[in-house]
Design a protein around this ligand. Structure first.
Ligand SMILES: [Zn+2]
Length: 88
């Protein structure tokens, strides 16, 4: 989806009400983003990264197909890394 114009400099947008962070580049749930904009309970992160959002207690939104696909790809990449011998 397109990033809301006021957040075009940001990729990650958190919702203070439920501690969920949206990846605006991968999020396909535009209604959730619009509702979040209207409620004005959003928060940005500095640096604008998922690890920073997680450090602050936010978890990645699971309502968006794009986010789910990306999370699965990251999990598979982590598994592939973990599966390698420690001394390789
Ligand atoms: Zn989302």
């Amino acid at each position: 989806m397109e990033r809301p114009s006021r957040f075009e400099e940001h990729r990650y947008l958190g919702d203070k009400r439920n501690q969920v962070v949206h990846d605006l580049d991968a999020c396909t749930d535009a209604e959730a983003i619009d509702e979040l904009m209207a409620a004005e309970t959003f928060v940005c992160f500095g640096p604008d990264t998922l690890p920073e959002a997680r450090n602050r207690g936010y978890r990645l939104c699971t309502r968006c197909d794009g986010v789910r696909q990306q999370a699965r790809a990251e999990a598979e990449a982590a598994e592939a890394t973990a599966a390698q011998p420690a001394d390789a």
